[in-house]
Design a protein around this ligand. Structure first.
Ligand code: SF4
Length: 141
């Protein structure tokens, strides 16, 4: 199991963000969570050892647990991530989002070709958001 946080920081966007653990932790460390910044691990999946092997091991990769993978501020960075995800077919990338309504805007052009190694989890939150997300996902089907 590996963690990959290509960027950090997030902005509250729905009821389910009320007790966000990232905001809580950052407040203790005096970090501005609302500032979305790339991390030094941005290219982690494709970083290699001197022998040419991937540094990140095969298996499950928890993606973007210091942010939301679909956050607007990362739109210009996400396509690079999709390329790395496609390259690492030996890994399964799992992320959660509270921005499932941005799904179609955030997936790559070749989404139907080569991303079986991605698991997208959508937070249900409460009855109101469940209904909104269900309606949205129905339009996607
Ligand atoms: S989307 Fe997730 S990470 Fe971002 S503020 Fe809400 S709960 Fe926190």
């Amino acid at each position: 199991m590996a963690m990959w946080n290509p960027w950090r920081g997030c902005k509250k966007c729905s009821d389910g963000c009320l007790h966000c653990y990232i905001h809580k932790g950052d407040t203790k460390r005096n970090i501005n969570t609302n500032e979305i910044i790339k991390t030094k691990d941005f290219e982690k999946p494709i970083m290699k050892t001197k022998k040419g092997n991937y540094k990140m091991k095969s298996g499950i990769v928890y993606l973007c647990f210091s942010s939301d993978f679909f956050i607007e501020e990362a739109d210009e960075w996400r396509n690079e991530c999709w390329k790395m995800i496609k390259e690492r077919q030996d890994c399964t990338f799992i992320f959660l989002t509270k921005r499932i309504d941005r799904f179609l805007k955030c997936i790559p052009d070749d989404w139907n070709n080569g991303y079986d190694n991605v698991v997208v989890c959508c937070t249900i939150e409460n009855q109101k958001m469940q209904t909104l997300n269900y309606q949205y996902l129905k339009t996607y089907q």
